[in-house]
Design a protein around this ligand. Structure first.
Ligand SMILES: [Mg+2]
Length: 295
């Protein structure tokens, strides 16, 4: 196999830098930039907590419709590394699932029942997840109303985990199984609660990204990672730890930028105002990288 060494590879969180956290869709400008980067031979890999279905609908579909170049391959690592697939102009390939990382099915069904019985006005059960159990805010309700009930919901989730003897951690709270094991995590985000294996994470996604490119004979000279959460830094942490060159972009740095052994960029580094955040910042960075590789 011929070895290719593109100057950059992109590893992108989706919700926030690519998809608007408000509409949860991807702007036409971002789709155009992504396609142009792919056409320049820049590997684009998505690394998301979302399901493969969400990525197929919100990212793959628009990219194919807008003219993804023939023979280009785009990778999507979904559910924080538990599932992944690749797509071309012809559509998606096989969706892979690491079964050892999936929540027990009976537990998922109990959560689905709980949401339907008591939380349906505010939340919905994401039926497209294959490994994680995710319950998300309805787009039609106010985020404040959702957040006001999320703690109560999460407490019920912890009770159900205990009933299934599934040891779990939620923030600082640890509730081991009878065996003493803590195999699961309850992760509250601003628009959802995810219940998942503790082995899932953006670092697992980063390792899969490197493997997927290596299988194509692609070893990029450097990586750019981009996200809107503290947990997204795990992509760059992992790459840096494995001796890859990496810079991380934080598109929502309100919590402050933590000290890291690699460069961390925000919209200010592009000469933009610090209130340029989310997918507006994501769009600006994609343009900047495109300009850099085409200049
Ligand atoms: Mg995000």
């Amino acid at each position: 196999m011929t070895r290719e060494a593109p100057p950059l590879a992109l590893l992108l969180d989706v919700d926030g830098p690519i998809a608007s956290p408000v509409t949860r869709t991807v702007s036409a400008g971002i789709i155009t930039s992504l396609i142009a980067l792919v056409a320049e031979g820049i590997p684009v890999v998505f690394n998301t907590g979302r399901s493969d279905t969400f990525i197929a609908e919100q990212v793959m579909g628009p990219m194919i419709n807008a003219g993804l170049p023939a023979r280009s391959v785009v990778h999507a690592i979904c559910e924080k590394g538990a599932t992944w697939f690749s797509f071309t102009a012809n559509g998606p390939g096989t969706v892979h699932l690491d079964r050892g990382l999936a929540m027990p099915e009976a537990f998922g069904e109990d959560i689905r029942t709980l949401v339907a019985a008591r939380y349906a006005e505010l939340m919905f059960f994401d039926g497209t997840k294959r490994a994680m159990v995710s319950v998300e805010q309805q787009v039609t309700v106010d985020n404040a109303d959702y957040l006001a009930q999320q703690d109560r919901f999460d407490a019920e989730v912890l009770e159900l985990l205990a009933r299934h003897d599934l040891g779990a951690v939620r923030l600082d709270h640890r509730a081991p199984a009878a065996s003493g094991r803590v195999d699961y995590r309850v992760d509250p985000t601003i628009i959802s609660t995810d219940i998942e294996s503790v082995r899932l994470g953006k670092d697992l996604g980063a390792s899969r990204a490197v493997e997927l490119l290596a299988a194509q004979g692609i070893v990029p000279e450097a990586w750019r990672t981009m996200g809107d959460s503290r947990t997204d830094y795990a992509m760059a942490d992992w790459l840096h730890h494995q001796d890859h060159r990496v810079k991380h972009v934080d598109v929502r740095p309100d919590d402050g930028v933590p000290p890291k052994p690699y460069p961390v960029l925000t919209s200010v580094d592009l000469g933009l105002d610090r209130d340029v955040i989310h997918d507006d910042a994501g769009a600006a960075f994609l343009k900047a990288w495109l300009d850099a590789v085409t200049s």
